[in-house]
Design a binder for this molecule. Structure first.
Ligand SMILES: NC(=O)C1=CN([C@@H]2O[C@H](COP(=O)(O)OP(=O)(O)OC[C@H]3O[C@@H](n4cnc5c(N)ncnc54)[C@H](O)[C@@H]3O)[C@@H](O)[C@H]2O)C=CC1
Ligand SMILES: O=C(O)C1=N[C@H](C(=O)O)C[C@H](O)C1
Length: 271
């Protein structure tokens, strides 16, 4: 039996699910022990390796998260809000580190995740890449240095299958800008303009979401004033970087006290 922490991947047939499986299989620090998909998905009941077009792995895709999490020290979860809320409670029961990449979570979902984090380690981030997490720090710094004569706009572009907007990353960048400026994002946020909108509201933080093709993820924070403009930009061209961040979080969380953490904690970039 392996001494390495055992990992379960949820949503294994998804874009991120498959990427996570590949990265865990390639890792010499983590051991894949289970795979979960939603009931009714074609992969349930079949061998994971065969489903992914390779050789048998001896892991049957399950639609029973409770039973599957019982053998795990970490759960890697990039699925959908309703699933993630349920998994938070089950991973906490199993005392497994729950790494949450799922975006589109609403305040009610976040409250339930915070409750689960009283009993187990949860690492949650709308983006697991080093580059984006560094960009949040830069965004906060620039926003703190500039006054409201500088308009802040956040533009993101993703593939045409993405279901939530603005992206989790755009919201992280918005939070960073709002913190830097010392305002509340909920109050300052301006989402989507259409028709006769009137002039831009001073001090607002605007969001625009573009969708098309197979774009992995692009984010731009624009600071614009009369006569000049500063742009901070991140381009992700490979989903593997998100998966590698998630594996790092799963390992980092193994010896931590229960609580909710983010990738700034994992990467040692926190304040
Ligand atoms: N934090 C980060 O770094 C990143 C976050 N994401 C987020 O991850 C999520 C998934 O993205 P994709 O993989 O592109 O989507 P996807 O649609 O390709 O995959 C989602 C998978 O979750 C499964 N699923 C849904 N409900 C389930 C349930 N109750 N039980 C088990 N499985 C369930 C679906 O069947 C599907 O296979 C999105 O919220 C996305 O925004 C994506 C990339 C990076
Ligand atoms: O859905 C995606 O694909 C991505 N989602 C995350 C987000 O909402 O920001 C992270 C990344 O941009 C890819």
């Amino acid at each position: 039996m392996s001494e390495l922490p055992g990992v379960v991947v949820t949503g294994v047939s998804g874009r991120m699910g498959q990427m996570l499986v590949r990265e865990v299989l390639a890792s010499d620090k983590l051991n894949l022990v289970g795979a979960v998909e939603r009931s009714g998905n074609d992969w349930v009941g079949r061998d994971l390796g065969t489903c992914m077009g390779g050789t048998e792995l001896g892991i049957t895709v399950s639609d029973d998260p409770l039973e599957t999490f019982a053998k795990a020290q970490a759960v890697l979860d990039f699925t959908a809000p309703a699933a993630t809320v349920q998994f938070a409670e089950l991973a906490a029961q199993a005392r497994a580190v729950h790494v949450i990449g799922t975006t589109g979570l609403e305040e009610g979902d976040l409250e339930k995740i915070r409750a689960a984090a009283r009993h187990a380690v949860i690492v949650r981030a709308g983006n697991m890449s080093l580059g984006v997490n560094l960009l949040t720090k830069l965004t906060k710094q620039v926003a703190a240095a500039l006054d409201e004569d500088w308009d802040i706009e956040i533009v993101e572009m993703h593939h045409n299958r993405k279901v939530d907007a603005p992206s989790g990353t755009a919201l992280m960048l918005g939070e960073a800008a709002a913190e830097g400026r010392g305002v509340s994002l909920v109050e300052a946020s301006e989402r989507g303009r259409d028709g006769i909108t009137g002039a831009r509201e001073r001090g607002s933080i605007g969001f625009a979401a573009l969708r098309g093709g197979d774009v992995v993820g692009e984010h731009e924070v624009i600071f614009a004033t009369a006569g000049e403009r500063i742009t901070l930009k991140h381009i992700a061209s490979d989903r593997a970087l998100f998966a590698r961040g998630a594996l790092k979080a799963a390992l980092w969380g193994q010896d931590k006290a229960p609580g909710e953490y983010d990738m700034l904690d994992v990467l040692g970039l926190g304040d």
